[in-house]
Design a protein around this ligand. Structure first.
Ligand code: HEC
Ligand code: HEC
Ligand code: HEC
Ligand code: HEC
Ligand code: HEC
Ligand code: HEC
Ligand code: HEC
Ligand code: HEC
Ligand code: HEC
Ligand code: HEC
Length: 312
């Protein structure tokens, strides 16, 4: 049997010479494998949907914290012993298999016996828990590779449910998500947070400052109200207006600066601006109405003594 070969290989590895603390580990590992055997006598890597548990961290039988089959699936005694009308294992994670799927709460609880706290402190009450997700909607524990844990393969797992974000990451201006340099969990904690939209830090800005620290300031001249939330001007995933802007030039600013009564040249009435190339009396459209930030370049804040208007 494949299982027996696996068992023998594992025991051979664990009792390998040169590992000083091998003896107690090997004994514990053996005990754990013996428990597994209650299940592995029928389920192993030769199944049509193979179980590669022993190629994952959960399968490290020398690790005293690692689960046996029953730590996750429950004792399942009736399932393991009753030949006729075999009932479901206590906790069945599968969808569309031989038995009904256990309630999300039971599936989550099974993992949380070991994974409570830390990153998952806000799991209960978080958006994903409330939406009825369980851990195995993202994690694959019987696969040699759990795609959601790797930067490059993680987004694909999320797009399974979040299709809009996939489309956004293909726009003209994006975070380098497609390139695999930035991934969803760089900004989100999918396990649940205190913040809105599952952003990793207390709020959006702190999340952005993780990588764009230079935007934090403090600045001599602060565009305070605008920078209260980077999302006043930017989108996180993708936009057709670079760099990641919500809308184009003047409209971006005019949502808040509808009237600038004393603006030099009174751009709102279309008169000539100081510093703008002179073309008659009207400001060239491309200057005044394409980009306020052609002139107001230090838009996040300025440390220049004359930077009150974020011109430098
Ligand atoms: C005597 C054989 C036998 C033993 C022992 C056994 N099972 Fe099963 N198990 C089955 C059969 C048969 C099925 C149905 C499989 C199928 O139809 O694909 C099954 C199905 C399952 C399923 C999948 C359910 C689904 O809906 O796809 C899980 C999970 C499972 N068993 C876990 C366990 C666990 C955990 C143990 C140990 C406590 C265990 N089994 C012990 C025979 C066994
Ligand atoms: C860390 C928790 C955990 C442990 C340990 C674990 N399982 Fe599972 N098992 C799951 C989850 C979760 C699924 C659902 C598939 C998935 O999401 O990877 C599953 C699915 C299964 C299935 C159905 C497989 C399928 O895809 O049809 C069987 C059978 C099974 N487990 C048996 C076992 C056996 C036997 C062991 C011990 C060798 C074991 N499990 C150990 C969590 C666990
Ligand atoms: C009996 C305790 C126990 C249970 C139950 C358990 N785990 Fe784990 N889990 C561990 C241990 C131990 C590790 C390895 C931690 C380490 O190496 O730092 C681990 C690691 C992990 C990792 C990280 C794997 C990696 O490659 O880095 C994930 C993801 C995970 N578990 C998910 C789950 C899920 C999902 C469930 C429920 C289906 C579950 N665990 C149930 C003990 C458990
Ligand atoms: C919506 C998808 C999703 C769900 C649902 C989910 N996880 Fe995760 N999990 C992730 C992602 C993404 C990472 C990688 C996070 C990172 O790199 O910071 C991760 C990492 C982990 C890790 C390894 C890193 C660590 O924090 O120790 C463990 C353990 C883990 N998850 C356990 C769980 C458990 C237990 C549950 C259910 C209560 C669960 N996860 C539910 C997406 C999910
Ligand atoms: C099985 C489907 C599923 C998967 C997989 C999934 N999500 Fe979700 N996600 C949901 C549902 C359902 C909600 C709640 C929807 C709502 O409240 O509008 C949600 C909510 C969210 C929210 C909060 C939305 C809001 O408006 O507050 C974020 C952020 C999020 N998910 C990110 C992720 C990330 C990142 C991943 C991958 C690591 C992921 N999701 C994987 C189904 C999923
Ligand atoms: C650079 C940081 C960052 C990255 C990377 C990122 N997000 Fe977001 N995401 C955010 C922020 C910030 C918000 C909140 C937007 C707001 O408040 O308007 C958000 C919102 C969301 C929402 C809620 C709906 C919405 O658009 O407001 C979902 C769902 C979501 N993200 C999923 C994902 C997925 C899936 C990935 C990976 C493909 C991902 N995010 C990558 C920062 C990020
Ligand atoms: C994990 C690190 C990380 C986080 C967190 C992060 N970014 Fe970025 N950001 C990057 C990288 C990497 C680039 C690409 C830089 C490059 O191409 O030179 C980038 C580029 C940008 C750009 C320029 C895009 C373009 O088209 O040139 C903007 C705007 C931006 N980020 C805003 C934000 C905002 C707003 C947040 C918070 C929601 C945020 N970033 C969070 C890493 C991050
Ligand atoms: C008032 C609108 C506005 C707000 C609020 C804003 N930005 Fe920007 N941001 C812009 C504009 C406009 C540009 C493009 C500047 C240019 O092209 O000269 C830009 C460019 C960027 C860039 C890429 C170019 C560079 O300067 O590095 C990053 C990164 C960035 N912003 C991050 C942030 C972060 C982080 C926040 C929140 C603290 C934020 N922005 C808040 C308007 C804003
Ligand atoms: C979310 C609203 C908001 C947006 C969007 C916004 N601003 Fe502001 N801006 C303000 C507020 C409020 C002030 C007042 C001073 C303060 O609180 O920092 C201000 C101050 C200024 C000032 C300094 C002069 C003064 O009155 O103190 C300039 C210049 C300016 N903004 C230009 C721009 C430009 C250019 C854009 C577009 C890239 C823009 N703003 C987008 C809210 C906004
Ligand atoms: C051709 C360059 C240029 C363009 C384009 C431009 N500005 Fe200005 N803006 C200036 C200068 C120069 C000042 C400061 C004059 C001074 O020091 O009195 C200023 C001042 C301001 C002030 C502060 C006015 C006050 O009352 O103190 C605001 C707000 C402002 N601009 C917003 C905008 C907005 C919004 C746009 C786009 C619709 C824009 N600007 C386009 C050059 C420009």
């Amino acid at each position: 049997m494949r299982f027996l070969r696996t068992l023998i290989t594992l025991l051979a590895l664990l009792s390998g010479a040169g590992v000083s603390h091998a003896a107690p580990d090997a004994a514990a590992a053996q005990a754990r494998l013996a428990k597994d055997a209650i299940c592995t006598k029928c389920h192993d890597e030769t199944e049509s949907r193979p179980l590669f548990l022993y190629q994952t961290k959960h399968g490290v039988r020398g690790d005293s914290r690692a689960p046996t089959c029953q730590s996750c699936h429950g004792e399942s005694t009736a399932h393991a012993t009753q030949e006729k009308n075999r009932p479901s294992p206590d906790v069945n994670f599968n969808k569309g298999g031989a038995y009904p799927t256990a309630h999300a709460k039971a599936r989550g609880q099974s993992c949380m016996t070991c994974h409570q706290g830390g990153n998952r402190m806000h799991w209960d009450g978080g958006q994903h828990q409330r939406a009825g997700l369980a851990c195995n909607d993202c994690h694959k524990v019987h696969q040699p590779k759990d795609n959601v844990l790797t930067k490059a393969t993680q987004p694909e797992v999320c797009y399974g449910c979040h299709k809009t974000q996939r489309a956004e990451t293909h726009k003209i201006s994006t975070h380098p998500i497609v390139a695999g340099k930035v991934t969803c969990s760089d900004c989100h904690n999918p396990h649940g947070t205190n913040s809105n939209k599952l952003v990793k830090r207390a709020n959006v800005n702190d999340t952005c400052f993780n990588c764009h620290a230079e935007k934090r300031g403090p600045f001599l001249w602060q565009h305070t109200s605008a920078n209260d939330d980077c999302m006043n001007c930017h989108t996180p995933h993708g936009s057709n207006v670079a760099p990641l802007l919500k809308v184009r030039g003047p409209w971006l600013c005019q949502r808040c600066h509808a009237e600038v009564a004393n603006h030099p040249g009174n751009i709102y009435s279309g008169a000539q601006l100081p510093g703008a190339p002179a073309v008659g009396n009207n400001p060239p459209v491309q200057v005044a109405f394409r980009g306020c930030f052609n002139c107001h370049q230090a838009i996040h804040g300025s440390n220049h003594p004359a930077g009150r208007n974020f011109l430098r």
